[in-house]
Design a protein around this ligand. Sequence first.
Ligand code: NAP
Length: 257
Amino acid sequence: MTSTIPTPVPTPVLLVTGGSRGIGASVALLAAQQGYAVCLSYRSRGDLADALVAQITADGGRALAVQADVAIEADVVRLFERVDAELGRLTALVNNAGAIEQQGRVVDMDAARLRRVFDTNVVGSFICAREAVRRMSTARGGAGGAIVNLSSRAAGLGSPGEFVDYAASKGAIDTFTIGLAREVAMEGIRVNAVAPGLIETEIHASSGEPGRVDRLKAGVPMQRGGHPDEVARAVLWLLSAEASYITGTVVDVSGGR
Ligand code: NAP
C-alpha cells in the first residue's frame, strides 16, 4: 500500500491598512480567525494596533502591527518589506486606510485639504496596490492574490454639504477598482471593492459629528447603521475562493441606502 505525504498548505498572508480600529480592525480579527497571518498597519494608534496583535496571538493566530502612513510612499514600501520579511508571501491586500476632514462645503475647501484627502484615500490605495501587484502577479513570478479596496456609498451620493471631497475620492476608488481589475485579470489577481454605507466607527467623529449615524439612520431602508463586522464579512468573502469569478465589482454593504 502506498501512503501519500500531505503537501503543507502555505498560510495565506493578508495586509490590511488602517487595521488599528473600525472596519480595518474587524477585517484583521476575522481574517486571523479564518487562518490568515495578518499585518495590520496604522498611522498613529499604535496602542490599539498592539492590543489587536496581542488578542490575535493569544487566540493562536499570527499578526504583526506596522506604523506606516499610506500617504507617504517610502512608508508603504517599508510596510510591504516588513510583511515579506516577517510573514512571507503576500496573498491578500485590503486597502482600508481612509481619512475624512471636517464637514463643510466645497466653496470653503482649500487645496491643502483636498491633497490630504486624495493623498490618503486615492494615492495611498494606488501605491499599496502597486506593491501588492509586484508581489502577486504571475507575470512577475508571483502566485496570484486578491485585493479589496474600501470605497463608500458616498461615491454615488456625493455627500453635499458634508464632504464632497471624500465622496469624490471614493468615486476614484471605484474607477481604480475596475481599471486595475481588468489590467491584472490574466495575472492571477482579482480586484474588488466594498462600498459601506453608514457604519458605526469613529470616522464620523473625525468629520465633526460623532452622532452622524443616529441622525441619518431613518433614511436607511433597514433603519439602522451597520456594524464593522458586517463589512468585514463581505471583504473576507471577496478575498476568498468563494468569489473566484468575481473581479472589478463594487459590493454595497449599506442596508439598502
Ligand atoms: P476609522 O474608524 O476612522 O479608522 C480609520 C483607520 O485608518 C485607522 O486605523 C487609522 O489609523 C487609519 N488611517 C487613517 N489615515 C491613515 C493614513 N494616512 N495612513 C495609514 N492609516 C491611516 O475609519 P472606518 O470607518 O473604519 O473606515 C475604514 C474605511 O472604510 C475607510 O476607507 C473609509 O473611508 C471607509 N468607509 C467607512 C464608512 C463608515 O461609515 N464608517 C462608510 C464608507 C466607507 P490610526 O488608528 O492610527 O489613526
